[in-house]
Design a binder for this molecule. Structure first.
Ligand code: NAD
Length: 299
């Protein structure tokens, strides 16, 4: 079993730590929010008072932060760069969804410190993090992928190698742009059906068994009460916040512009999520986009 430092105990990081503990690893945790550290300590993790303290004796470091700026600041450019605290040979796994350029630059910095860094953003949401069924999308060398795979397998079901450093982030941005399009399309279709007298449960079931079937309908229905245990059925709390989806759509727009790839559907989804964000729904789960179509749905 490995000594693992885990930094970033938010909606995703907290349940990922629980799965590492269940697998028998020694996990030392840190988050800027002391209550998150306290909660993880109650579940069997060792609490650290700083990022530097959390990596003492760590063979593996995992981060689950919000943005590329946070990742760069923690490891490289902040007041106490974490790379200075790691022993040569340490495996560093960044699971945050960030821009590919920062992932590549961080990997290059890691190399100068004799460290092994991979980008490993995830798909599957909070439910996947809790159930240990996440998909990890890895960018790094074949050797780094092979070394990380056994650890990632304890938090996920599918561990996929996208290519060299940054490739995991590119694949993740493509995926999330498509997810945003699916969510927007599913919201407008369900809203149209309900406005024409259909029961959202019945309509969802019909589309699931027809050619409009998609991941949102299967696992993440945006209409309150249609599915248990999804953010829509608990006031859109928890889950994947609108501001994080907007961040991911901005990453997708950068990729589209940098490569001259037209993304009319992704651009439309980004406009819808931006409108929803500035209307004050920043902190709600992204399935709350339904409120753009049905302002009173969900209370
Ligand atoms: P979150 O905001 O709930 O958690 C992020 C945590 O990082 C917070 O607790 C914050 O305090 C902590 N943090 C930030 N900077 C830190 C630092 N320097 N040191 C220590 N802790 C620090 O976010 P989340 O929903 O858990 O998402 C994390 C990442 O995973 C994001 O990049 C997101 O895009 C991605 N993601 C989220 C989901 C989802 O469903 N929530 C799904 C797939 C991918």
């Amino acid at each position: 079993m490995a000594s693992i430092a885990f930094i970033g105990l938010g909606n995703m990081g907290s349940p990922m730590v629980v799965n590492l503990l269940r697998a028998g690893h020694r996990v030392r945790v840190y988050d800027l929010q002391p209550e998150a550290v306290h909660r993880a300590a109650g579940q069997g993790a060792m609490a650290a008072g700083s990022a530097a303290e959390s990596v003492q004796q760590a063979e593996v470091v995992i981060t689950m932060l919000q943005s590329g700026t946070q990742v760069d600041s923690l490891y490289v450019s902040g007041p106490d760069p974490l790379f200075d605290h790691l022993a040569a040979g340490t495996l560093v796994i960044d699971c945050s969804t960030i821009d590919a350029a920062t992932a590549r630059a961080t990997a290059a910095q890691a190399m100068t410190h004799g460290l092994e860094f991979i980008d490993a953003p995830v798909s599957g949401g909070v439910a996947g993090a809790e159930a240990g069924t996440l998909t990890f999308i890895v960018g790094g060398t074949a050797g780094q992928f092979a070394r990380a795979e056994p650890i990632l397998s304890q938090m996920g079901q599918k561990i996929l190698h996208a290519g060299e450093h940054g490739a995991g982030q590119i694949a993740k941005a493509c995926n999330n742009m498509l997810l945003a399009v699916q969510m927007a399309g599913t919201c407008e279709a369900l809203n149209m059906g309900v406005n024409n007298g259909l029961d959202p449960k019945v309509l969802s079931e019909i589309i699931k068994q027809s050619s409009g079937n998609n991941w949102v309908l299967q696992l993440y229905n945006p209409v309150p009460g249609v599915m248990d245990k999804v953010p829509a059925s608990r006031g859109y709390q928890g889950g994947f916040q609108v501001r994080l989806m907007c961040k991911d759509l901005n990453l997708a727009m950068e990729l589209s512009q940098g490569s001259g790839s037209p993304v009319p559907m992704g651009s439309a989804a980004r406009a819808l999520f931006n409108l929803h964000q500035v209307a004050g729904f920043d902190e709600l789960d992204f399935s709350s986009l339904l409120r753009l179509f049905r302002p009173i749905e969900g209370g």
